[in-house]
Design a protein around this ligand. Structure first.
Ligand SMILES: Cc1ncc(COP(=O)(O)O)c(C=O)c1O
Length: 433
């Protein structure tokens, strides 16, 4: 090329949640049946939307108006409906003008970091959900900046680590919270959130809360929304329908801007995000039309409560199977639909292996594990080859820890029990090989 083509930040883009699928697909071609525990898509795991939800969507699909463009920031009635929902929580108050729709939160996330000045950084949790960490790192052309979530303290954020990193890195302008968290299933306690707000105040930062799982809590937990605790700190809440409805294929999410009037720089940033959407014309319309009809239906609350209860029950089944393995650090989960399980220090060793009967599969896996890759990835390639179970290594979530993320989505509890018993047996065989 006449000039350098690729931006220096491009090397920071990776998404192991889908990368591992390429490996699993190679094994599938060799006849292995795969249990997909890697991706957070309830529909792919056979969740069925209630008929009344499908009826709302199919009625909308019969209306000619659903097929046109919509306003750049999104349908006004929908934004009014969502602003009212937020305002009813009693915290910061917003109007429809403080909401902008995107083509899924993935789109919102990449826009948000793209418009932050290159030298300014947003610090986020580690293990990190890679859509945030990759997009933030790519904007800065540097590795992601993270604060530690502590597996030995229920995956709660290490607030001293966060405070010190913010204090000694003047480039940090914002703190990212993912609540409830992907990949750990942790729900931020109220006092933790309050402390993060204090840190933001002390250093004049803004807050970003990814709240795509805000209504997915179980086993007695409740997630506090950013709008409830933010006081007068500028902030953005990111929400969507991919998980909660769930309708991930709709590609529909939105940002809520809080306290724009408190900081002119922040207000300009929000305007830039709105303008970025304007030059694209608008986001997906039909799902926006469906939101007030579905969320506003009295059946939705019951449906969500039931669905959350089922996730909670599955989390207990998984806990019963895995928490007995002494080499693992296992935390119960309370939100979203993932769990991150960590191998204790020094338990993974390079010589460990799992028996694989099929010679073609074995030689493919032997080839993958002969590369220079983290020890948890080696274990997971063996698990994939030996048991046909596809999970994601934690080393690829910007973490020094060794472990893996599973989903709590398998609706058939017999299949769930079988899969997780097989993971446990694989771990025990591997560690003692
Ligand atoms: C924390 C978090 N944020 C955002 C997303 C992306 O959501 P969307 O489907 O709306 O792009 C996901 C998807 O898994 C997620 O886990």
């Amino acid at each position: 090329m006449r000039q350098k083509l690729l931006n220096a930040g491009a090397k920071e883009l990776s998404y192991e949640i889908r990368e591992i699928v390429k490996k699993a697909d190679q094994l599938k071609k060799l006849g292995l049946s795969i249990s997909w525990e890697n991706i957070g898509d309830p529909i792919q795991k056979h969740h069925k939307l209630p008929q009344w939800v499908k009826d709302i969507v199919s009625d909308l699909a019969k209306d000619d108006d659903s097929y046109s463009y919509c306003p750049s920031k999104g349908m006004l009635e929908t934004r009014e409906f969502l602003a009212k929902q937020t305002n009813e929580l009693g915290g910061v108050q917003i109007s429809a003008d403080d909401i902008c729709f995107f083509n899924g939160l993935g789109d919102a996330i990449s826009k948000a970091y793209q418009f932050i000045s290159r030298t300014s950084r947003v610090i986020g949790p580690s293990p990190a959900y890679s859509t945030h960490s990759s997009a933030e790192a790519a904007h800065a052309a540097h590795e992601p900046l993270t604060y530690r979530l502590d597996p030995n303290n229920k995956w709660y954020p290490d607030l001293d680590d966060l405070y010190n990193k913010v204090k000694y890195n003047p480039n940090i302008v914002g703190i990212l919270i993912i609540n409830p968290d992907n990949p750990t299933g942790m729900v931020y306690p109220l006092e933790t959130l309050r402390r993060i707000v204090e840190i933001a105040k002390e250093f004049n930062l803004f807050l970003v809360a990814d709240e795509i799982y805000i209504n997915i809590t179980y086993n007695g937990a409740r997630a506090y929304a950013l709008s409830e605790i933010i006081e007068d700190v500028p902030g953005i809440s990111m929400k969507g329908i991919s998980k909660e409805l769930p309708w991930p294929g709709a590609r529909c999410g939105w940002m809520e801007y809080y306290n724009r009037d408190k900081d002119e720089d922040f207000n300009r940033f929000c305007n830039a995000l709105d303008n970025a959407k304007m030059i694209e014309v608008c986001s997906t319309k039909l799902p926006q039309l469906a939101i007030p009809k579905i969320f506003g239906d009295s059946r939705f609350k019951t449906y969500r409560e039931e669905t959350n209860k089922n996730i909670g029950r599955r989390s207990k089944i998984i806990a019963d199977i895995l928490h007995t393995v002494p080499e693992l650090t296992f935390n119960e989960t309370f939100g979203a639909f993932y769990n991150t399980i960590i191998f204790r220090d020094e338990t993974l060793k390079p010589h460990q292996t799992l028996q694989i009967g099929n010679q073609k599969i074995k030689s493919l896996v032997d080839d993958w594990v002969s590369q220079d890759i983290p020890l948890d990835k080696i274990f997971l390639y063996y698990l994939l080859g030996a048991k046909g179970i596809c999970v994601v290594p934690i080393s690829s979530f910007c973490s020094e820890l060794q472990g893996f993320r599973v989903t709590l989505l398998e609706e058939d509890e017999e299949v769930l029990t079988k899969t997780f018993s097989s993971i446990r047996d694989g771990i025990v065989e591997y560690l003692h090989s």
